[in-house]
Design a protein around this ligand. Structure first.
Ligand code: NAP
Length: 312
């Protein structure tokens, strides 16, 4: 990382960030991408991506993201590991705090994505890493021949439930309604799998464990208003995601859930700052839409820089 002024600084290295990086570096803009952990974002924990065009038969999430990275590096994208904690507006320049240093950029694209939401119930935090997990792809293989539960009724819960059937003896699918939100194709696969037992209209009230890890879940049936316990060695939580934009809460307009508000061209409430991908409020959060956002944000940022040059 140089001390120079960057044209574009991208915060976050998932599909939206890498696409913005590709477009921006290909346009010969001096671009820096900052990622807190590893490049690839949430897709790195996805077993198979079946709905990203161009890959009939599907492609493993990490394999797809390695292709994104290689493609960016072909155009010379500079990327570093670091955590961005603050952003301030100096008009035609933005000051970005990365760990303990500050970097200047003329335009900033926020692609920080989202992280798994928590249930907020007793036992959840205490037993995280000892049976409670937010990533079946990462931790599922630790649960061989034992019963587990997955909480949620969306695409993630359905996909992860199916993945868990490869290892677990039984997978309880705990959902607060009696109908899944997941796409019909995934629902068909779920209902055809003998290892999956839905617990309809149910929520987890407490995760119970001992020094070996999770042992039971206390379930509450919202319809019948009854309680029961199920014996499981693991609880996977897949109830959606929370945007990672807390550090921007005081400076950018957001909705009540913390998603950054933008116009249709990814402009935020601060001129020169754009948001793309899952961190932005929008109707569909998929790799395909993150890629679209990343491209739009980079092109609109380029136009913004051109206008800035004319003004100076
Ligand atoms: P989601 O679609 O928002 O589903 C979250 C699920 O969790 C819903 O069934 C919801 O119940 C339930 N839920 C939410 N809060 C809860 C709480 N406090 N307690 C209990 N249950 C709760 O989230 P997602 O499944 O992670 O998917 C996110 C986005 O990624 C979606 O757009 C999805 O289509 C996409 N995605 C796509 C794929 C794919 O295409 N292959 C794979 C994964 C994700 P209700 O249904 O009652 O609201």
């Amino acid at each position: 990382m140089s001390d120079d002024l960057y044209d574009v600084l991208i915060i976050g290295g998932g599909p939206a960030g890498l696409t913005a990086g590709l477009y921006s570096s290909r346009a010969k803009l001096k671009t820096l991408l900052v990622e807190r952990m590893i490049l690839g974002g949430q897709v790195m924990t996805t077993t198979k991506v079946e709905n990203y065009p161009g890959f009939p038969g599907g492609i493993d999430g990490p394999d797809l993201m390695i292709r994104f990275q290689e493609h960016c590096h072909e155009f010379g994208l500079e990327n570093i590991t670091g955590e961005v904690t603050a952003l301030s507006d100096r008009g035609s320049e933005k000051l970005v705090t990365i760990d303990d240093r500050q970097v200047r950029a003329r335009a900033v694209i926020i692609t920080t994505g989202a992280e798994p939401s928590k249930l907020g119930i007793p036992g959840e935090t205490e037993l995280t890493g000892r049976g409670v997990s937010y990533c079946a792809t990462c931790d599922g293989a630790f649960f061989r021949n034992v019963p587990v539960a997955i909480v949620g009724g969306g695409d993630t819960a359905a996909e992860e439930a199916l993945f868990l059937t490869r290892f677990a003896s039984k997978v309880y699918l705990v959902h607060r309604r009696d109908e899944l939100r997941a796409t019909k194709l995934l629902q068909e696969r779920i209902f055809a799998n003998d290892k999956v037992e839905p617990a309809w209209n149910s929520v987890v009230k407490e995760v119970i464990g001992d020094n070996t890890g999770v042992t039971k879940l206390s379930l509450y049936n919202l319809k019948e208003q009854t309680e029961r316990e199920i014996e499981v060695a693991g609880m996977f939580v897949a109830i959606g995601v929370t945007p990672k934009a807390h550090f921007l809460a005081d400076i950018l307009d957001m909705d009540q859930d913390g998603y950054i508000l933008t116009d249709s061209e990814c402009r935020t409430s601060m001129p020169g700052v754009f948001a793309a991908g899952d961190v932005r409020k929008k109707i569909l959060k998929q790799i395909a839409t993150a890629v679209g956002d990343g491209a739009v944000a980079a092109i609109v940022a380029e136009k913004y820089l051109d206008e800035l040059n004319l003004d100076q």
